[in-house]
Design a protein around this ligand. Sequence first.
Ligand code: NAP
Length: 249
Amino acid sequence: MNLLQDKVALVTGGSRGIGASIVSRFAAAGAQVAFTYHSSREKAEALAAAVSAEYGVTVQAFQSDAASYAASEQLVSNVITAFGQIDILVNNAGITRDTLMLRMSEEQWDTVIENNLKSVFNLTKHVVRPMMKKRKGSIINMSSIVGITGNAGQANYAASKAGIIGFSKSIAKEMGSRNIRCNVIAPGFIATDMTDELDEKTREAYLSNIPLRRFGEGTEVADACVFLASDMSSYISGQVLSVCGALNT
Ligand code: NAP
């Protein structure tokens, strides 16, 4: 089913992990996809070529730092020049700088807030105007269940992810009259480079708490994105969808 036929999507942080799965699933659903990376140029170019060849849609990688307001403005302009429109924005780019509060530096706090939360403002700010002109749009912001529950050693990350939820609900209320929807996905533990950084003991502890008894796959988060990006979810806005194997219920 080509749920995203004739739509153009912009996905931040599409070179690896969950973002790469979103790029692939969106293309499989018929969308044309622009996606960003920060430093993984080779991975990004290879992904764009492979996904484009597999699904016969345009897929293009753009180097852009989501934490930069100016770069985000330029990116949106470049994508509109290349693709003509943006119907779907997925703010997926994110980083961790985990440590306990007693050890957390100002730099670790600021970097996570800028990359995870300010980035969502940067991109949303620049896509809403073109979406308003079309009187249609779907914005999907990648939070985390730790933005709902909190997590020891992740005060910076959890704060950024909780901020995304408040931001997204506000955008849903502000932009609803223009038919722009804004929703949040809150993944639990998904097998990516980000979770590969966890030590074995921590992984086992998390695993024993997940009712489905496994980490999720990037494609399982991506499928939720396809739903929220498509007209299948046309009356859903301002919501947080947990994709977490029932870890957070
Ligand atoms: P990942 O494998 O570490 O990949 C992160 C992606 O974000 C990469 O494509 C990276 O680009 C990009 N990125 C990072 N900073 C960026 C910036 N400033 N500008 C542009 N791109 C940037 O991460 P992931 O596990 O797939 O996570 C994706 C999202 O899901 C994140 O927001 C994360 O917080 C959230 N999440 C993940 C999990 C999980 O268990 N994995 C759980 C909950 C929420 P480069 O390749 O160029 O570095």
